[in-house]
Design a binder for this molecule. Structure first.
Ligand code: FES
Length: 571
């Protein structure tokens, strides 16, 4: 018989019965009675941290999750893991995502639990938790902390972080002085919770609900509302169900679940980071995410949500409009409705249970989209043989077909040193190129792909330019920005050999990204300055640099992906 509860995964003292005897004594020492020990044990992952205000509602959430677990007859066991706050992590939160995934996996694996409730919210935490839970092979329910409230500045509604970037752009252009920008800073983050627009955190919240890993309707309630606490209580209760059913993420998630999540990602105009994370999640299941399939799905999946940065509303508006079930109802013809969820019901049954919907202006009908194609297009060409992506729903329509002269920056230091120089040779139709911010070059693929418009052009009224890099971009940013160029410059991808003055052609219509330099010249440049993969002497940095994969494989570590995903290729 498979061990359950505290009898699972005993500490190894060479005598299993003694190990259990000892464990029970220590649990009782914490004040638990014998009756408590017989219940299903549900781990509750605490990622509260003063360095992570996006998880600032962790204490009441944990209380509510525990209440749900007790209601279902289980015993909650709270434990900590790493927490990553996006704006506090150096060099970038992505550098730590795989570490958090490993921590989550190992602590779920090492400690006795029949199921686990994962509580995360800030950008990298949710993918890290899902990746870890898949690899740990224990039944799991994901709960997100929920979005922050919107604030108000000078009568204008504001919220992190699309408005942070918009106001900062105006400050750089000289429209807002130092006192003014400080005043906006006071208003941008009105409460604890994750960013209140369709950035990476909100994208991942929608993705985990679409995957069926979170309870229906739990993606959108703001962090400080009763709805959020009820979602937490329901998540705790739901964990009892998956524990009894032995429903692990591997058993539940299929290729169709991943396709549903991709559809949702496209239809919400979701963060480009969502592609990387979903690829990593699928990779843990041994399932490849083919960029070609993503692009095909993109061409037939309209953007239906009118939310910043692609549209005008905020996450709290999306919640008032019925949350993700409102979108899923519209997307039904494109979804695999028999995909299973943690409630034990299928996605189709969950959509039906959410009711018929009501008039609202956040989620458009399928036939009247905000943008006719999916938010993200996949580009290929001699500059990106392994692919690149553009969030076309947040780009300037008149720049989707563009040819321009390259203005090249070798890395973040070079960018900081020269981007605002008055003598920088740059014009509005040039293409800004930033190298060496990929998975190993960053390291950790920082969200620096949102290259600022050079100050002298910003002052002259230029608001967007074609910009490209091997890095990522915050899901809250907008512009004609090409990201995730694969392979990255630091390992010798073609991007490494772009020089000032080269011509670059972007055609979103043809899905092309090309460097208009002949092959012989590119070969000559590569031979003149060969690249060696970066490494480090010790510690996590060495592990990271030696093991991290490219964007088209989710930036996971090579030894953590399911073997089947690699065999099938990420095409
Ligand atoms: Fe945490 Fe945006 S900084 S979700």
């Amino acid at each position: 018989m498979t061990a359950k509860g505290f009898a699972k995964g005993l500490a190894n003292y060479g005598d299993a019965e003694f190990s259990l005897f000892l464990r029970k004594a220590f649990v009782k020492g914490a004040g638990y009675s014998r009756a408590a020990l017989d219940r299903p044990v549900i781990g509750v992952v605490n990622t509260g941290s003063a360095y992570n205000p996006c998880h600032g509602n962790m204490v009441p959430l944990i209380e509510a999750v525990k209440r749900g677990i007790f209601m279902g007859g289980g015993l909650p066991m709270e434990f900590p893991t790493i927490s990553i706050g996006e704006t506090f992590a150096n060099p970038t939160s992505m550098y730590l995502r795989n570490l958090m995934a490993m921590d989550t996996e190992e602590m779920i694996h090492a400690q006795p639990m029949d199921a686990v409730v994962l509580i995360g919210g800030c950008d990298k935490t949710v993918p890290a938790q899902v990746m870890g839970a898949i690899s740990a092979g224990v039944p799991a329910v994901q709960l997100v902390t929920g979005p922050m409230l919107t604030g108000s500045h000078g009568g204008e509604r504001v919220g992190a972080c699309t408005d942070c970037r918009r106001y900062w752009g105006r400050h750089r252009a000289g429209e807002i002085d130092a006192a003014g920008i400080e005043a906006v800073n006071d208003r941008l983050v009105a409460s604890v919770g994750s960013c209140g627009v369709m950035g990476t955190a909100s994208t991942m919240a929608c993705i985990v609900e679409a995957l069926g890993l979170a309870v229906s309707g739990s993606a959108t309630p703001p962090a400080v509302t009763a709805d959020r606490m009820r979602a937490a209580e329901q998540s705790g209760l739901c964990a009892i169900g998956v524990a009894h059913a032995g429903l692990t993420p591997q058993a539940m998630l299929t290729a169709d679940s991943i396709r549903n999540a991709l559809r949702v990602l496209l239809a919400i105009g979701g963060s480009t980071n969502g592609i990387v994370h979903l690829t990593a999640i699928a990779g843990r299941l041994g399932l490849p995410v083919h960029l070609a399939e993503l692009d095909r799905m993109g061409r037939e999946t309209p953007v239906l949500i009118d939310l910043k940065p692609s549209g005008q509303h905020y996450m709290e508006d999306f919640h008032r409009a019925g949350g993700l079930p409102t979108l899923l109802r519209e997307l039904k013809p494109l979804l695999h409705l028999d995909a299973m969820t943690v409630t034990g019901r299928t996605l189709g049954e969950e959509i039906d249970a959410a009711g018929p919907g009501f008039p609202q202006d956040v989620v458009r009908p399928f036939g009247a989209p905000i943008f006719p194609e999916g938010g993200i297009a996949v580009l290929r060409g001699n500059l990106a043989p392994g692919g690149a992506i553009i969030k076309q729903s947040a780009a300037s329509p008149d720049m989707m077909e563009h040819e321009g002269r390259a203005v090249v920056f070798d890395g973040l230091e070079d960018l900081a040193a020269r981007i605002d120089a008055e003598d920088l040779d740059v014009g509005p139709s040039d293409v800004l190129v930033l190298k060496n911010i990929g998975p190993t070059g960053g390291p950790g693929m920082p969200e620096a792909g949102y290259i600022p418009i050079p100050k002298k052009l910003a002052r002259a009224g230029v608001r967007d330019m074609v910009r490209l890099s091997d890095g990522r971009m915050s899901g809250t940013a907008a512009g004609t920005i090409i990201l995730h160029i694969t392979p990255e410059a630091a390992i010798g991808g073609p991007l490494a050999f772009v020089e000032n003055g080269d011509r670059i052609r972007l055609s979103v219509g043809n899905r092309g990204l090309d460097l208009l330099v002949d092959e012989a010249e590119l070969r000559r440049r590569a031979e003149a300055a060969p690249r060696r993969r970066p490494t480090a002497d010790r510690g996590y940095r060495k592990l990271f640099l030696d093991s991290v994969l490219q964007a088209d494989q989710g930036v996971d570590f090579d030894f953590l992906r399911g073997k089947e995903a690699d065999a099938a290729g990420a095409g």
